[in-house]
Ligand binder design. Structure first.
Ligand code: C2E
Ligand code: CA
Ligand code: CA
Length: 549
């Protein structure tokens, strides 16, 4: 039997031909690496024939616990010689989800031929989307009859409007995707239905929603002790599948309105965090938010709320950290770093501020403010005859705005700042997205034509870093402080840093080491040939009043 000719009926190649017409067809070797795909598959998945060959099967599935577990489940089934059939969520090369009905057929090893697996798939994305839309309209989860997450949100908002006190309880079935006795999709549906019934019986008239495959929310006015009693109830009323009582582990988190959190989004996030705390500690409990998590979330929620309602640009400040150029022996660039001082919360540092601002969209205003300040300062230095550059951090979310280039050029024009006095720093996460979204790369190239340089920040912490150099107009790299910290204590790090410097320089890039704190680090990096040094050894970030040119 020649596995590359056909699949289950190799003597009749015509059958394969007709299947190829209607199905997406892929084949893998015994390791799960793709060895063949047809046109239908390439069209839907957006892979190119060159790149897809040799790619592991797992990469076609969402990079979530759910997606990866499903891939392993299918793989386990076929490698044990069983055909697998079911509905699967997959992702395109650019990360868009799509849904298929899949048949995975193992072709067992014969003689010298190794195992290979053929996958036949039909795209059912539009059906799934239609179902989701119907669900949204109907406000009902079609499988269990529980509320959908849309109805839940509406109900929570009604409760909040009516000023009702309630607990929002998040409940999840642990290890759902790897439950042994539940290989078929019918038994999984059965489990979800039975579990929903247990919830209904225990919580009676309380609103119950299904918010994920194995995730549920209950809104209740009962106290924690009652909610926790659900686990005992479940033990006393086990769920039977094929005459077996299923040993289920359930975890959950309780958050109270109004004491703990005040909006639907914040309640959901907090309940998820409380549940995660439980799962991380072994699961099998329903607990309220730990004091530590409560504090972190509260601070996050307060910062989020403040940013949206009361962020006064006057409370933002920009500090500047010098970058020492080894060849000229002078500081040639300063990096602009944002600070937010709030009367109640004190200083909020960027590591806390930026992720929240990226999530709620305020990053656009913050970014424009920092660039405006930096451009004003650089323009003054330039006017005084000191051509010192300022490096500004940017978020990919800012560049998702197709007007970003124009925004930047407008700021430079109103501040009279020459474009070559400004450079922009991007992170690897940014670079990754820029590679996928053509409009980002185009805007970057247009800015480079105007004279703005780009530096790749936190170099070495992401993956496939060198790839970006070919696609994006990057002329500088900043080796992350993580590597510099262990430079003198870890011989391996030393080799790695040396390699990064030599490789980057061979590609014509200007290399900056950041987080340099001691003379020894400084000297060693100099002998390795680094172009510039940034870090407390050269100078801490200071306000513009402290820098005179
Ligand atoms: P980054 O770009 O890697 O900035 C360097 C961070 O390391 C700064 O922290 C800086 O104060 C700190 N640092 C500098 N030298 C040393 C050193 O010798 N030792 C140690 N241990 N740390 C040093 P900061 O200001 O808290 O900024 C954190 C991150 O927040 C930045 O990392 C940057 O990614 C981001 N960020 C800061 N300002 C902005 C901004 O205006 N916009 C955007 N999008 N991101 C920003
Ligand atoms: Ca930076
Ligand atoms: Ca950095």
């Amino acid at each position: 039997m020649k596995p590359d000719h056909g699949l289950f009926v190799p003597e009749v190649p015509g059958i394969m031909k007709s299947l190829e017409q209607f199905y997406m067809v892929t084949r893998t070797d015994s390791e799960g690496s793709i060895t063949y795909t047809n046109k239908n598959f390439l069209n839907t998945s957006k892979w190119t024939p060159k790149r897809v060959i040799g790619t592991p099967l797992w990469q076609m599935f969402p990079d979530s616990e759910e997606g990866q577990s499903q891939a392993y489940l299918i793989w386990n089934s076929v490698t044990s010689g069983k055909t697998w059939f079911g509905t699967v969520e997959k992702v395109t090369r650019t990360g868009e989800p799509y849904f298929v009905n899949m048949i995975a057929i193992p072709i067992l090893p014969t003689g010298e031929e190794q195992l290979s697996v053929t996958f036949l798939e039909l795209d059912i994305t539009s059906d799934v989307q239609l179902r989701d839309q119907l669900q949204q309209i109907a406000f009902i989860d079609y499988e269990t009859g529980l509320m959908s997450r849309y109805k839940l949100e509406a109900t929570v908002n009604d409760f909040i409007k009516e000023a009702k006190s309630f607990s929002l309880v998040y409940i999840t079935i642990n290890h759902y995707y790897t439950l042994k006795d539940l290989q078929s999709s019918e038994s999984k549906t059965e489990l979800i239905k039975s579990f929903s019934n247990r919830l209904k019986r225990f919580f009676r008239d309380d609103p119950i929603a299904r918010v994920g495959v194995n995730e549920f929310i209950v809104l209740t006015s009962f106290g924690d002790w009652y909610v926790q009693g659900f686990l005992l109830f479940l033990e006393q009323h086990p769920i039977y599948i094929d005459n077996f009582a299923l040993p289920l582990s359930v975890s959950g988190g309780i958050v109270r309105y109004p004491e703990d959190q005040k909006t639907y989004n914040h309640l959901m996030k907090a309940a998820l965090t409380a549940t995660k705390d439980v799962v991380d500690n072994g699961g099998g409990k329903i607990a309220s938010l730990s004091a530590a998590s409560h504090k972190v979330l509260n601070r996050r929620a307060i910062i989020d709320q403040k940013m949206l309602t009361a962020l006064n640009l006057n409370n933002l400040q920009v500090v500047y950290q010098p970058q020492f150029d080894v060849t000229s022996g002078e500081v040639t660039v300063y990096e602009a770093l944002v600070r937010w001082k709030d009367d109640e919360l004190g200083y909020i540092m960027p590591d806390e501020l930026i992720p929240i601002a990226e999530e709620n969209g305020v990053i656009h205003e913050i970014g424009a403010f920092v660039l405006g300040e930096a451009a004003k300062l650089a323009a003054t230095w330039h006017k005084n005859g000191h051509p010192i550059g300022i490096s500004v951090n940017t978020s990919v979310r800012e560049f998702s705005n197709p007007q970003m280039k124009k925004k930047i050029m407008d700021i430079l024009q109103t501040t009279n700042c020459p474009a070559n006095c400004i450079q922009l720093e991007i992170t690897e996460k940014f670079a990754f997205q820029a590679e996928e979204e053509n409009s980002i790369a185009l805007q970057m190239k247009a800015l480079q034509d105007e004279g703005i340089e780009f530096a790749l920040d936190d170099f070495g912490t992401g993956y496939a870093s060198f790839r970006y150099m070919q696609h994006l107009p990057i002329t500088k790299v900043k080796i992350d402080k993580l590597f510099i910290h262990s430079l003198l204590t870890q011989p391996k790090t030393q080799k790695l840093v040396d390699g990064m410097i030599q490789f980057s320089k061979s590609m014509g890039l200007y290399v900056i080491a950041e987080g340099v704190e001691t003379k020894e680090q400084f000297e060693l990096l100099k002998t390795m040939g680094v172009n510039a040094i940034q870090g407390y050894y050269i100078g801490v970030p200071v306000t513009s009043d402290d820098i005179i040119y």
